[in-house]
Write a protein that binds this ligand. Structure first.
Ligand code: SF4
Length: 281
């Protein structure tokens, strides 16, 4: 793994997750990585941001993990796919940062969000962080694709106040084309959260020509509406802010010619989700 993009001294703090970060954990031996994944005492973070108003309720501190097994064609942070692109950090280090903001987060009705990448790929690390944050009285949110949900026991899901779940596509073949993997685990996770009565926000990325099929959106919407625990749906317009990362990482990007959706297309998509009886923002 090349380290050419890494700053001499990498900082956990980032203005936003669009900073390209590569090879920051390259020096960690594979045996140490396996031990970290098994114990959860250490994890890999792309960065964290403070003051986010779009990653859960209120104002939030967001920790972005590295490692993701999906390959979404519209992913705007492909540098998060590789675990060792992140900075190795201990649970204690993250909590020390979080503690600085604890009182402000409460005043601003916010909390701590663990995002990625796919945070449940480092599920032991995730559970430890979330449990400790909860112990500090901080509201916890996980943004996930849900693929590894069965790694967490129901009791461990109790460390999460809110799940933000990405529903990428309804049709299984479309989903595989879009992400490389099946959507069944994601749907199973949504049903499991419904059974547990866990609040759920759905995130849907609207990509012209890729995810904007009305019947496909209607399938996802009907599924979400039938769960009974979906508090809101966020329709996120595709953008090209992450394209440079694909280029810099030497990855084949298939959406060079794709424009962000028009306002009319966004409204059409929102209408599909609303028609199922869901609250769309
Ligand atoms: S699940 Fe998220 S991080 Fe993983 S490839 Fe898809 S958009 Fe990127």
């Amino acid at each position: 793994m090349t380290n050419e993009h890494a700053p001499a001294t990498a900082s956990l703090g980032a203005k936003d997750p669009y900073e390209l970060r590569v090879g920051l954990g390259a020096g960690v031996p594979d045996t140490a990585v396996q031990e970290a994944l098994a114990s959860g005492d250490m994890g890999f973070l792309h960065s964290y941001t403070t003051g986010s108003a779009v990653d859960g309720p209120g104002v939030r501190v967001v920790a972005w993990t590295t490692g993701c097994m999906w390959r979404c064609r519209y992913c705007h942070n492909p540098d998060t796919w590789t675990l060792k692109n992140g900075i190795p950090v201990s649970v204690r280090q993250v909590l020390d940062e979080l503690r600085k903001y604890r009182d402000d987060l409460k005043i601003m009705h916010g909390g701590f969000t663990l995002s990625g990448g796919e945070p449940l790929l480092q599920h032991r690390f995730a559970v430890k962080l979330l449990a400790e944050a909860r112990g500090m009285g901080i509201h916890t949110t996980v943004e996930t694709n849900g693929y590894f949900h069965d790694r967490l026991a129901d009791a461990e899901l109790d460390t999460i106040d809110l799940v933000m779940l990405g529903l990428k596509a309804w049709d299984p073949a479309r989903h595989r084309d879009l992400t490389g993997l099946d959507n069944q685990p994601t749907l199973d996770f949504a049903r499991r959260l419904a059974r547990l009565g866990k609040p759920l926000w759905i995130r849907f990325v609207l990509v012209p020509g890729l995810t904007d099929d009305v019947d496909d959106m209607a399938g996802s919407a009907a599924f979400a509406a039938g769960l009974g625990n979906v508090e809101r749906v966020e329709v996120l317009p595709f953008h090209q802010l992450g394209r440079y990362k694909w280029q810099r990482l030497g990855l084949e990007y298939t959406l060079n010619g794709t424009e962000p959706p028009s306002q009319a297309a966004i409204e059409r998509a929102c209408a599909v989700w609303r028609a199922a009886g869901l609250t769309v923002v």
